[in-house]
Design a protein around this ligand. Structure first.
Ligand SMILES: [Zn+2]
Length: 76
């Protein structure tokens, strides 16, 4: 199978690799729908002292964000 793959036209090979990567991306979006919120750490916005914090407004204090691919796939 690998020998057949390497004998493919470089353009076709690129398309195959991209399709595989896209497939893995979609499957990972189904298995792991969340990513870390980029606006906070663990759902908290810490004060300079680090002792106080407020909940993050973007993720509602959960610290997680639904990934784009997962939203497209209808996960919530
Ligand atoms: Zn957040």
């Amino acid at each position: 199978m690998l020998a057949g793959f390497t004998s493919l036209d470089p353009t076709v090979r690129l398309v195959v690799v991209l399709a595989l990567a896209a497939g893995i991306y979609v499957v990972s979006g189904l298995i792991w729908p969340y990513t870390a919120c980029s606006a906070c750490t663990g759902g908290k916005h810490a004060s300079p002292t680090g002792k106080n914090w407020r909940n993050c407004g973007r993720c509602g204090g959960s610290g997680k964000k639904l990934r784009l691919i997962s939203r497209l796939l209808g996960r919530s």
